[in-house]
Design a protein around this ligand. Structure first.
Ligand code: BES
Ligand code: ZN
Ligand code: ZN
Length: 533
């Protein structure tokens, strides 16, 4: 797998003299558009040389306080200024990631003979420093590393007054690296990322961290009865795999304190987590549709059908880098769905890992079969919460478009948790119902369940099918990312074309939220607060 390149990003106390590009924000205020983060000496020098302020010049050039809108000004000396729009002054926290991503894509488009030194000067608090660093790195991601010199030599975030700015930046680097790792796997061509290779690549990353791993090959899958994964993978010469990643917090390993902020020490003496989160990802390295063959158009992007597994793997690795006090298990269900003489047929009956029999309604509905096995296996360990993530149905994309994931769950608090985590990640999710009518649709004359229903509410039926494999009394959520996992259009904000890495930050945030919440309960803080009243 090709290695991707990311620029060096750090915080600095002041703008260095050899900065080539300065990034500023234009926000909307009650008094009209206003530039944020402009160092006085830069404005003075600009005014002396050009006869107007940077703000006047930017507005004259058409700068707008619209999210991600950019203009470029040439300042005295070799300095260039990129002014990026943010809609509302109160939205800086939420918009900085997207705006900085757009700004850095603009910087990468600038012509220059040498690698650029970039300064970003509008990060005014801890959260904005994280968002800016994250957005900058995410905006710089390319599948291919630069052929000769890197386009950017360094990025410096000027944040002299922000407490713990360096920690905020370190956290952002961990997060952005995780997203780019997922993007890289998803963008890798399917002949170069078979289930076997994908499992090995993930294992390589796990070895470099405190994450243990286990890989089931086809023989072990057979012995242990993973009927769904074997059926789907049976049509390909590249055999299927199941991967288990395990992160278990260790004493004094942590980077997160009890308030959920990044620090180099743990304050809790007992670091054995009391909450176990299981993440399950669909990893179809190529989905041709099997014997229910897809059309040329629909097949063309199906290397990205492993984006759920990529998000799970990258999230577990990223969580381990943070080391919060929560146990996390990641399950990757990897197979290639191809038509052949050994492929599973529509109308075959498959015995799944948990013993439930399933009539295969359509060999292109393969994702739910590999997930059902992995969810059953994950459930055996009795985690408190199972979250699966999958490019599962075209119907989810039809319903919600290309930028929003469909969220299903079996408990209100679970969907709220996912909603909060996604919002903080800058990722859009929208909750959908699992309706009563799906029960009938999944009835089979020859097996316990049928794998799919008619063409209406396809994302809902798929979710209803998966729910059958979640153990009783286990909280569960399902994210259908068929829309937002892949950007078929032009890049926007911090999102490139092709693989987006959608889901990684939501899952990472989920673990951090659970850890912070858990610590609160077990440190007795909630109880103490009551006593004070
Ligand atoms: N991988 C596809 C879902 C998909 C479609 C993802 C388009 C992204 C874009 C999945 O395996 C699939 O083919 N699902 C079928 C299910 C149907 C046969 C019940 C679908 O959505 O058509
Ligand atoms: Zn399919
Ligand atoms: Zn698929």
């Amino acid at each position: 797998m090709a290695e991707f390149w990311l620029p060096d990003v750090r915080v600095a106390r002041k703008l260095s003299k050899d900065t080539d590009v300065l990034v500023l924000a234009l926000v909307d205020t009650a008094a009209g558009p206003r530039i944020v983060g402009l160092p006085a000496e830069v404005d003075d020098a600009y005014k002396t040389a050009m006869g107007e302020t940077v703000q006047q010049a930017a507005l004259a050039l058409g700068a707008k306080p619209e999210l991600g809108h950019t203009v470029v000004l040439s300042a005295p000396g070799k300095l260039r200024i990129v002014v990026v729009g943010i809609e509302d002054i109160d939205d800086i926290d939420f918009s900085a990631q997207a705006a900085t991503g757009a700004a850095l894509r603009r910087v990468l488009g600038l012509k220059s003979r040498r690698s650029l030194r970039v300064g970003i000067a509008f990060a005014e608090n801890y959260d904005v420093v994280t968002a800016v660093a994250e957005g900058a790195l995410l905006g710089c991601y390319r599948y291919k590393p630069p052929a000769d010199k890197p386009p950017i030599a360094e990025i410096r975030i000027i944040a002299p007054d922000v407490e713990d700015a360096a920690l905020a930046c370190d956290a952002a680097k961990i997060r952005a690296y995780g997203v780019c790792l997922a993007r890289q796997w998803v963008n890798t061509p399917p002949n170069l990322l078979t289930p076997e290779i994908f499992a090995e690549e993930v294992a390589r990353e796990a070895k470099a961290r405190s994450v243990s791993f286990e890989i089931w090959d086809e023989e072990r899958l057979e012995v242990e009865g993973f009927g769904g994964i074997l059926a789907v993978g049976g049509g390909s010469d590249n055999p299927p795999r199941l991967v288990r990643l395990h992160y278990n917090p260790q004493p004094s390993l942590g980077l997160i304190d009890d308030a959920g902020t990044l620090s180099m020490r743990r304050t809790k003496a007992d670091s054995t987590a009391s909450f176990h989160l299981a993440l399950v990802g669909k990893g179809i390295t190529f989905d041709a549709g099997g014997l229910s063959l897809k059309s040329f158009e629909n097949m063309s992007t199906m290397k990205y059908d492993m984006a759920g597994a990529a998000a799970v793997a990258a999230a577990v690795l990223t969580i381990a880098d943070y080391a919060p006090n929560v146990e996390v298990t990641g399950w990757l269900a990897l197979a290639e769905n191809l038509p052949s003489g050994t492929a599973y047929r529509p109308s075959d009956v498959i015995t799944m890992y948990n013993g439930v029999t399933v009539e295969n309604a359509n060999s292109d509905a393969e994702g739910r079969l590999v997930l059902a096995d992995a969810i059953s296996r994950a459930g055996e360990e009795l985690p408190h919460l199972i979250v699966d993530i999958a490019t599962l149905t075209g119907a989810a994309r039809v319903a919600l478009g290309d930028r929003t994931a469909a969220l299903f769950s079996n408990a209100v608090t679970t969907s709220q948790l996912l909603d909060t985590a996604a919002f903080a990640a800058g990722e859009d999710v929208w909750q959908m119902p699992i309706t009563e009518e799906t029960k009938k649709k999944l009835e089979s004359k020859v097996a316990d369940l049928k794998s799919s229903g008619d063409r209406y509410g396809g994302a809902v039926t798929a979710a209803a099918f998966l729910r059958e494999f979640v153990p009783e009394y286990t909280m569960w959520a399902h994210l259908d990312i068929a829309g937002p996992a892949f950007n078929r259009g032009e890049p926007y904000e911090h999102i490139p074309s092709d693989a987006t890495g959608f889901g990684v930050l939501t899952l990472v945030n989920l673990a951090l939220i659970i850890a912070a919440f858990d610590d609160d309960i077990f440190d007795g803080e909630l109880y103490e607060a009551d006593e004070d009243d």
